[in-house]
Design a protein around this ligand. Structure first.
Ligand code: SAH
Length: 465
């Protein structure tokens, strides 16, 4: 980001514009919305500039800008529509370290003026660093449409009410009060009875809020899906928007965490490598601590929390502490892996059973019904199976599995860096030694990528015979 957006207080501050033609008019129209003390210099002012001067809105000097005209101004615009004159006055500006904008000359300007949506005191500034004015206009149009015209009035009344609303405890209760006002009761009151009705509504809402007991906290044990933020459920997205605290596993992807509010406390558990490693008891204690303070806690797990999510330990801890909770399912990584290779996990005539396995459990490599798994046509999704793959393949072959059984490994399913490896049971262990996958991976037993793969255009396949 080259240009850092700020909102500058221009009330009673001197702003100088060099130029009094059409190019200056465009900037003056914006500046006239402020309370700035505007000084315009230009030998040949157009009518509208003269009118503004006659009406006392600006101070006009009908000659070219001189050396000492810029001093003490906060902003300086070179808007002469003449490159040589702009360069001359910009040099004057630089000489006195004046923040200067040369209209339509991004490179030599020290600041630029964004596109603005004005619902004073709510102001939205849109900038593209000069890259795409068309885009800025389009966004401005969309924002204009999405913000009610009377938002400014509500915000002004709301602003004056802030000291009274400070009687509410900070955090969720105060936030809920304001969001009821701005998005629900406030606009309706304004339509119904104007400013007086808005004021009454604020008083009612505050009484209500002061008289209800502190909301109790709760925990949402929630699935984040396999990584693609579009694979979040709507419920998960809404709860993330509202959460006070987000406690997430390491596998939850960054674009999903971005959906949390900026003020939310976000804690990552389960760091590997040099980071702190979290014990389950510590995670439980953290959830309970925040929920007991009345916070809405989202405990975010990759995929679906009901699959290899250590859910029961967390539910037991919450129940014992008397904290209410609910479970929000997510799309499990096996579903995303199957989708990525164009296969279903069950198929008429092929398999009527589908198994979900882990490569590891508390005792190390997990034991399974190998004989059933080894049968032709059996399918399974193996979670946490990367390091167990030699053990898994050995057990299956020992129990009579055909070494040609197809195996597909999907790493980072649904993410931008998704990677698909197609192989056979016999070749699996050597392949895993060879490729060293960094990301989480699902091993699909008995499933090869669909033959007509070109139908799945996102597929990026690598064949290992
Ligand atoms: N609750 C999760 C599973 C947690 S166990 C779910 O329903 O998906 C962690 C294992 O999940 C990883 O070792 C890996 O096998 C699998 N996994 C999680 N996200 C994945 C992804 N995006 N792609 C492939 N496998 C994934």
């Amino acid at each position: 980001m080259r240009h850092f957006p700020v909102f500058v207080d221009l009330s009673n501050k001197r702003v100088v514009v060099s130029g009094a033609g059409e190019c200056a008019v465009a900037k003056l129209r914006l500046l006239l919305r402020t309370e700035a003390d505007i000084h315009v210099f230009g030998a040949d002012p157009v009518d509208v500039v003269r009118d503004w001067a006659d009406a006392g809105k600006i101070t006009l000097t009908s000659r070219a800008l001189q050396n000492d005209n810029i001093t003490e101004s906060v902003l300086f615009y070179a808007a002469n529509d003449d490159a040589a004159e702009d360069a001359r006055v910009a040099a004057i500006g630089r000489g006195v370290s004046q923040l200067t904008n040369i209209v339509d000359n991004l490179d030599d300007s020290q600041f630029i003026t964004p596109a603005i949506v004005d619902r004073d005191p709510v102001t939205v500034a849109i900038g593209t660093e000069g890259a795409a004015p068309v885009l800025a206009r389009k966004i401005k149009q969309q924002v204009e449409e999405s913000l009610p015209a009377n938002l400014g009035i509500l915000a002004r009344i709301g602003q004056a009410f802030r000291p009274a609303a400070d009687a509410l405890p900070m955090g969720r209760k105060r936030r809920d009060f304001w969001s009821r006002f701005y998005f629900n009761a406030g606009p309706r009151a304004l339509d119904r009875g104007g400013k007086i009705a808005v004021q009454e509504t604020l008083n009612h809402l505050l009484d209500d809020a002061l008289n209800t007991r502190a909301a109790s906290g709760r925990v949402h044990l929630m699935g984040a899906g396999p990584g693609d933020p579009e694979l979040l459920t709507l419920k998960a997205r809404n709860l993330l928007h509202e959460a006070d605290v987000v406690i997430h596993d390491q596998l939850v992807s960054a674009p999903i965490l971005e959906l949390a509010r900026r003020e939310a406390i976000v804690v990552e558990t389960g760091k590997r490598g040099f980071g702190k490693s979290w014990k389950q008891d510590d995670i439980n204690a953290l959830m309970i601590k925040h929920a007991a303070q009345g916070h809405h806690v989202v405990r975010l797990k990759s995929g679906d929390p009901v699959i290899f999510g250590r859910l029961d330990e967390e539910m037991d801890a919450l129940s014992n502490a008397g904290i209410p909770f609910d479970i929000i399912p997510g799309i499990t990584s096996a579903s995303a892996a199957a989708a990525s290779i164009g296969q279903s996990l069950t198929k008429r005539g092929r398999n009527s059973t589908f198994r979900i396995l882990t490569g590891h459990d508390v005792d190390g490599f997990a034991d399974h019904d190998w004989r059933a798994l080894a049968k032709s046509g059996s399918t399974a999704a193996i979670y946490m199976g990367k390091r167990a793959s030699r053990f898994l393949a050995g057990r299956l072959l020992m129990h009579g599995a055909d070494s040609a059984i197809p195996i597909t490994i999907v790493e980072n399913a649904s993410r931008a860096d998704q990677h698909i490896l197609s192989t056979s049971l016999g070749a699996l262990p050597d392949l895993m030694d060879q490729v060293a996958l960094d990301g989480p991976a699902i091993i699909l037993l008995g499933l090869a990528p669909r033959a007509a793969l070109d139908a799945i255009d996102t597929l990026e396949e690598q064949e290992f015979a």
